[in-house]
Ligand binder design. Structure first.
Ligand SMILES: Nc1nc2c(c(=O)[nH]1)N[C@H]1C(S)=C(S)[C@@H](COP(=O)(O)OP(=O)(O)OC[C@H]3O[C@@H](n4cnc5c(N)ncnc54)[C@H](O)[C@@H]3O)O[C@H]1N2
Ligand code: MOO
Length: 448
């Protein structure tokens, strides 16, 4: 990016340690109020109130088989389908069809036959395949209220909604359901040098955040509602931050009715002029910086600001790994607070490596679980992604360092392996191979 107006003044006073930054982000917000979600967008949400049956389910008695609704014993005179039945009358019915008044049972099609009576008029009688005593009262009838009675609780408040729960809500006649609040997020990627496709030329870099940040935001409970790419100019920063509507930022797509984004995430520009633009916009909107840099490596330029109306701006550094560390450290506890849950719990694993002390800086390193220990991955420079691509999570190395096998706090990654399961034997991978195989041996089963 091009340097901004006060490029020299890029060093932040790192007021927050790693733990303080997480605590400050968690304390910055309270749970968002519940809202109503249309069924098509309810999966993945959490129910914010008991879901009750609005009436009996099913709300009418129906046939469970194709055949005839019958009243009394046979033979039966055939009546018009749907008309009330009197004793010794029957009418054709299909599976799921409403039972006519007076119907006492259903005779399956394969158990009955329609033949002429003495007067040549068609009537229904039991066929040779009919089991003795059929049809007994209530046979093959789905009574009303069989699944639930009106007012019965179908799903308890707090239930996680998935396809089956949403389908049950539809069966019960709901079009929308109350769900707990989740923050709407707008992502603003900055940097005139960032290209969107292909091999970038000299001085240019391929965008990675479109692939990294939306899934992390979703995993942490946010809803990515808007996504915008801007250059490095002060006016672009100010416009992107001032317009916090969750509508797409693309020209011509502005929607005044779109609700404001609860969190605006910016990427890049924290080190040079962008941080000034970020600060200037925060100040202009009457907001304040809650976190102004974190004593960690990478990701130290991460900033968090709160606006008077309760919205948040989260400024992530441009270096890819630094941005992920900023999002995991500050973004995750903020999203947790907005969703009304606890921040991600760290799991302690023995450190697979010894670390020297590093004054006042927490190191947040992509690691792989190997032999039950957390070992830093390779390729973990702040502009690199190879380490992250192999990582199970981040190990948090305190400023005073670590001895080999000393417990280290580890935060999982949504796509990494679970951290707190016992080590699996290599054979559990189920890969058989002969000793004579030509490819290199896959030792990854030993990592667990
Ligand atoms: N004088 C100082 N320089 C820097 C400091 C400092 O304290 N003093 N801090 C360094 C650290 S640490 C970091 S991290 C970076 C933060 O940089 P910015 O947030 O200003 O980010 P940019 O300069 O815009 O970009 C940095 C780097 O990341 C690349 N980038 C940006 N966007 C994307 C994207 N969407 N996809 C992939 N890569 C992206 C960008 O091209 C740069 O290479 O500042 C250090 N400097
Ligand atoms: O800490 Mo920067 O955040 O090195 O990449």
């Amino acid at each position: 990016m091009t340097p901004g107006p006060q490029a020299a003044d890029s060093h932040h006073a790192l007021r927050h340690s790693w733990a303080e930054a997480r605590a400050a982000a968690a304390a910055a917000a309270g749970p968002l109020p519940p809202s109503s979600a249309p069924l098509a967008r309810a999966s993945g949400r959490t129910l914010a109130g008991d879901l009750v049956a609005l009436r009996d389910m099913p709300h009418y008695a129906s046939s469970a088989m194709d055949g005839w609704a019958v009243s009394g014993t046979g033979p039966w005179i055939l009546a018009e389908p749907g008309e009330p039945l009197h004793a010794h009358q029957a009418s054709t019915i299909v599976t799921g069809g409403a039972l006519p008044p007076g119907a006492r049972a259903v005779l399956r099609r394969e158990h009955g036959e329609v033949v002429p009576d003495d007067d040549g008029l068609p009537h229904l009688r039991l066929g040779p395949a009919a089991p003795p005593g059929s049809p007994s009262g209530g046979a093959d009838i789905r009574p009303a209220g069989e699944e639930a009675r009106e007012g019965e609780v179908l799903l308890r408040s707090g239930t996680d909604l998935g396809p089956a729960q949403v389908a049950l809500a539809a069966l019960a006649g709901y079009d929308e359901v109350p769900v707990t609040g989740r923050p709407l997020v707008k992502l603003v990627r900055t940097g005139g040098e960032v290209t969107e496709a292909g091999l970038p030329g000299p001085g240019r870099v391929r965008d990675v955040f479109s692939y990294l940040i939306p899934p992390l935001v979703e995993a942490y409970g946010g809803i990515l509602a808007a996504h915008e790419k801007i250059g490095d100019g002060a006016d672009e920063w100010a416009a992107a931050l001032a317009d916090t509507s969750s509508a797409s930022g693309a020209p011509g797509e502005h929607d005044d009715d779109a609700p404001p984004a609860d969190v605006v995430i910016t990427t890049g520009g924290t080190g040079l002029g962008g941080s000034d633009y970020f600060r200037a916009t925060v100040a202009e909107l009457g907001g304040r910086l809650l976190i102004d840099g974190v004593a960690m490596r990478p990701g130290h330029p991460t900033v968090l600001a709160e606006l008077p109306d309760g919205r948040f701006f989260l400024g992530l550094p441009g270096n890819p790994l630094a941005a992920v560390v900023g999002l995991v450290t500050v973004g995750e506890p903020l999203f947790a607070a907005l969703c009304g849950r606890e921040p991600l719990a760290a799991v302690e694993l023995p450190s697979g490596e010894a670390f020297e002390a590093e004054l006042k800086r927490t190191r947040v390193l992509p690691f792989r679980r190997m032999y039950g220990m957390a070992s830093p991955a390779t390729g973990i420079g702040s502009g690199m992604l190879r380490g992250l691509a192999r990582a199970d999570g981040f190990m948090v190395v305190p400023p005073h360092g670590l001895e080999l096998a000393q417990p280290v706090a580890c935060l999982p990654l949504p796509w990494g392996r679970t951290l707190d399961t016992p080590a699996k034997p290599a054979a559990a991978k189920g890969r058989r191979r002969s000793v004579a195989a030509k490819e290199p041996v896959d030792w990854s089963g030993l990592d667990a």
